[in-house]
Design a protein around this ligand. Sequence first.
Ligand code: UDX
Length: 442
Amino acid sequence: MKIAVIGTGYVGLVTGTCFSNSGNDVTCIDIDEKKIAGLKQGEIPIYEPGLKEMVLRNAEEGRLKFTTDTPAGVREAEIVYLAVGTPQGDDGSADLSAMWAVVKAIAPHLREDAIVVTKSTVPVGTNATIYGMLQELTGRDCDVASNPEFLKEGAAIDDFMKPDRVVVGVRRPEVSDKLEQLYSPFLRTEKPFLSMSPESAEMTKYVANALLATKISFINEMANLCEKMGGDINDVRRGIGHDSRIGFAFLFPGVGYGGSCFPKDVRALNAMTVSKGLEPTMLRAVDEINERQKSVMANKLDAHFGGDLSGKRIAIWGLAFKPETDDIREAPALVLVDWLLEKGAAVVAHDPEAIPNVRAELGDKIEYSERRMATLDGADALCILTDWKAYHQPDFAEMYQLLKEPVVLDGRNLYDPARMAARGYCYHSIGRVSVDGRNGKK
Ligand code: UDX
């Protein structure tokens, strides 16, 4: 099929690349000339495992093209995917200005039988609005569809190629049939293709993200309580997870969720609820707990150092909001860094991928290190914010030697408290009682 994808951000680029990889003829369109020029040279604007190789291969074979020329890009397309950004507006709702601009720009150039599909997460009712706009702009009934994307950063290619399900929201069954054909190479393992109304599809995306965010805020609240009660949240997590009604997924406590989806989508759904005169009690709590949880490491540092961080040197492992990405949007690590700088501490940070993005935001307000161990040299404490694999099994003896004080604050529960105490560390984690094995040794 001939496909145009408008917007070469995370979702657009992955969508376009994966559809080209299954043999379709895909044109990715963006108004950002620098980005398109880069993509034409094989420069990928984001870090995502496997993406670069796939872009290069499909571009070389002529199935994946990049352009800033919207009319030329959509003119022959049977399916036009809209994957532009829908950032959070001032009132918490999604800002759709980019979406409206694109609809106006494509309308005069669409094929008569083109299907316009929204991939971006858009407020419920957006597809109906786009349908109305296109009707007015083209003077005919254009097919529109919603096809929300559930991919996770860091696992985007795999999630796209092997989805748990594909959801489409359509007004006519023929549109659903065409999209099912497009997705058939990815559904060979008998995963379901679910067709519903555009409103239900739009709602599905928000409800999925809000429920996942709720699980995280729930377990974080329980972790904080568990710690006070003298329990170990990891044992509790195992204790509940074996109940098949509960399960294990998305119940890892931490430093709060970040990224481009959960915070924004929970707030957008909140705003939608309020706009319909309903009370978003649960959604408000989920967001509030998460904001509070982003301070959990600061509170632990404050307690450890008796409220005085000035002149302390704090090492941070992990700046990205989660592993396998360079994305720092709403990253809990940045909240901690701001707090530390305000308190007069010096920060030295490591991250395998996110340093360039953090440097662009913070410049030389903090020190950066390409080597994780080098951050520890002379540091008063180490804080772990992201569960990158490289942090799971460090050389604890070397760490002990390098740190000025063997103090580790672990926001991802990577280590076993009893073992850390036996190694001579003072170790604080999430939802577990702190241990201190220092015995005045250092
Ligand atoms: C999420 C959804 O998973 C995806 O389906 C949707 O399309 C976009 O939003 P993403 O933001 O890439 O994907 O990251 P995800 O892996 O879901 O993690 C989100 C945040 O939750 C991270 O900050 C992560 O550290 C945190 N998290 C996740 C926890 O704190 N505990 C968990 O148990 C799981």
